[in-house]
Design a protein around this ligand. Structure first.
Ligand SMILES: [Zn+2]
Length: 387
């Protein structure tokens, strides 16, 4: 029974609708027909490919049977398994000989080229700056000086820069440096490891791995940099470098020994006790530890000073309060001088220490600067200079 809508439809509209439906049905039929043709074509192509492959396999099998294998240059890689053993051995010998001829030719070419390059010899490094004692090659002399009385300026600017001698190391360390006892010998053998396990900063650079024989090499390219992390490790992370002086110090020896297991625990403990007594940086880190353990402040931070202009001539090792300060707060309100190092309690970023910061050397080479003497820095005063 026709619906009310259809009944109301005028004849014209009805015809239009029917024509539309007819067209739709026609398009659908065409689409199905097209898909069927495409499917048949796909099947045909696949069938042809399989037939070709079958044919190729057949030809190859016949060639192998007749010992009529194509020449070696035509053997596709990975298909040598089809080659008869005697032919294969012959081919490999031929190839080996060709490779050896090629490599001999290359070597000859390189050595011919090297013979053409004149050898540059700088001679012995036997020149010494009369002011500071730095060693030089003759070729490094100032252009204005002659070879009989050469002068050099890249070391101390003609004696204007006078570095004070380092303060004497504590007697325990001096003994390890100089004694012939077995402890001291073992210490000197592992001195870099002892330093690294006690250092407050990490050492970073691009290291070139050395492959080869001969004297062991430590080869780097690009710049060397020292980095320091926040006062405490991130949650779930192990403490490292300066953090080892602050965090979990009850197990400090164990924690350090875990880093370098071949070190002697007794020497390590003695070195730590010595550092606690004489190193101003480590005394500051220990102070942070004590403050955290007694829960005095919620948040503290440490500033390691860069400015040495107030202290032009110092013959004593610096004190803890001269190198750094510990303050309450998160440090955000502090406007430090450019090169001051600001260490927050927890702030995941490692910061790079400027190589012209006076603490750059003592924070890392703790066994060379046990008393925290300043390393080279831009404020090293010039003799006879007003500033
Ligand atoms: Zn000099």
């Amino acid at each position: 029974m026709p619906s009310r809508q259809e009944a109301n439809e005028s004849l014209k509209l009805r015809q239009k609708r029917l024509a539309k439906e007819r067209q739709a049905r026609f398009r659908k039929r065409q689409k199905i027909h097209h898909e069927r043709i495409m499917e048949e074509r796909r099947k045909k192509v696949a069938k042809e490919r399989l037939a070709k492959e079958r044919q190729a396999r057949l030809i190859k099998r016949q060639n192998i049977k007749n010992n009529n294998y194509p020449s070696e240059t035509q053997i596709p890689s990975g298909q040598e398994a089809y080659e008869p053993l005697d032919l294969r051995q012959k081919r490999l010998t031929k190839e080996r000989k060709a490779r050896s001829r090629k490599s001999n030719n290359n070597e000859r070419e390189i050595s011919d080229k090297l013979e053409c390059i004149p050898r540059h010899d700088l001679g012995r490094i036997d020149q010494i700056c009369v002011h500071c004692g730095a060693k030089f090659w003759m070729e490094e002399k100032n252009h204005s000086s002659n070879r009989t009385f050469p002068t050099f300026s890249i070391c101390c600017a003609h004696g204007k820069v006078l570095l004070l001698p380092l303060t004497e190391p504590p007697s325990y360390l001096l003994n390890l440096y100089t004694s012939s006892e077995s402890d001291a010998i073992s210490f000197r053998k592992n001195i870099r490891r002892y330093n690294n396990v006690l250092a407050c900063t990490s050492f970073g650079t691009n290291i070139d791995t050395f492959h080869g024989q001969g004297i062991s090499n430590f080869r780097i390219h690009g710049q060397v940099y020292h980095r320091i992390g926040p006062l405490l490790p991130e949650e779930g992370h192990q403490p490292a470098f300066a953090q080892l002086y602050i965090y979990d110090s009850v197990h400090e020896i164990e924690n350090r020994h875990n880093v370098m297991q071949e070190l002697d625990e007794k020497i390590l403990l003695n070195l730590l006790n010595m550092m606690d007594e004489c190193n101003p940086y480590i005394q500051n880190f220990r102070h942070v530890r004590d403050l955290i353990q007694t829960n005095v402040p919620d948040e503290i931070f440490m500033v390691i000073y860069a400015d040495r202009t107030q202290d032009l001539r110092r013959y004593n090792a610096p004190t803890a309060s001269e190198v750094a300060a510990i303050m309450v707060g998160d440090g955000h309100e502090l406007h430090t001088a450019n090169r001051d190092i600001l260490l927050k309690m927890r702030d995941g970023n490692l910061q790079r220490i400027s190589e012209i910061h006076p603490s750059y050397d003592p924070l890392h080479y703790v066994l060379l600067f046990p008393r925290g003497d300043d390393g080279w820095h831009v404020d090293v005063p010039l003799i006879g200079s007003v500033n």
